[in-house]
Design a protein around this ligand. Structure first.
Ligand SMILES: Nc1ncnc2c1ncn2[C@@H]1O[C@H](COP(=O)(O)OP(=O)(O)OP(=O)(O)O)[C@@H](O)[C@H]1O
Length: 202
């Protein structure tokens, strides 16, 4: 199983190219870090690799084939701001089970308390809501998990707890990870490989 961003070039509208011919390959079981200064296009590439942004040059392939356009997304993307990734008018329980029914084991691994499910998203902390978004993204069909500054707004202890759970699950399920962070130490600690995104700037 391999996720491949092949010669991806991107510009918004008629603006200048944000990056040219970016290449990222992630195998099952691998954790690849993306490092680069603010604004260089890391989040844009994450959206492209997970199938949310279709306006680009190049190819994104999952096992040599284009990403599926219907059904559950095998490549799941988690953003920095969980409150922007949920419907504020849905209770947390409904948000959690939007794509699949997470089991007790996963909820326990992410330290999700059953009482939260009865609340509105605004009644959870950022870290709590992020864990809901992570659980929502970890259906058994998830093959690749893209974390775009997933824990940036959290304190060090919560960050460590979340990464322990996600890395444990990734190993268990042989998922591939793409991890965007400005924290070089975090990337060096958890990634098998770190790509410096400035290489692709044009
Ligand atoms: N929809 C859009 N239309 C036009 N420009 C955009 C759009 N989305 C992002 N940009 C611009 O593209 C550039 C790259 O943004 P992106 O969020 O991909 O960078 P990044 O490397 O993830 O930055 P950061 O580390 O600050 O999160 C920025 O200059 C941003 O303003």
């Amino acid at each position: 199983m391999m996720l491949e961003a092949h010669n991806i070039s991107k510009r918004y509208g008629r603006e200048q190219w944000l990056f040219r011919e970016a290449n990222v390959q992630v195998k099952q079981g691998e954790a690849v870090g993306l490092l680069g200064p603010s604004g260089c296009g890391k989040s844009t590439l994450c959206r492209i690799m997970s199938g949310y942004d279709k306006e680009f040059e190049g190819k994104v392939l999952l096992d040599g084939r284009p990403l599926p356009s219907t059904g559950y997304r095998p490549i799941q993307l988690i953003f920095q701001h969980p409150e922007r990734a949920v419907n504020p008018r849905w209770k947390v329980g409904r948000i959690l089970s939007e794509g699949w029914q997470p089991d007790e084991e996963l909820l326990a691994a992410l330290d999700i308390h059953p009482a939260w499910l009865e609340r509105w998203p605004a009644e959870l902390s950022g870290g709590e809501l992020q864990r809901i978004c992570i659980a929502r993204a970890l259906a058994p069909q998830t093959r690749f998990f893209i974390a775009d500054e997933m824990t940036t707004m959290l304190d060090a202890i919560t960050q460590a707890r979340i990464w322990k759970a996600v890395l444990g699950l990734a190993e268990q399920r042989k998922m591939g990870l793409v991890i965007v962070s400005h924290d070089r130490h975090l990337l060096n600690r958890i990634c098998t490989r770190v790509i410096d995104f400035t290489t692709y700037q044009k």
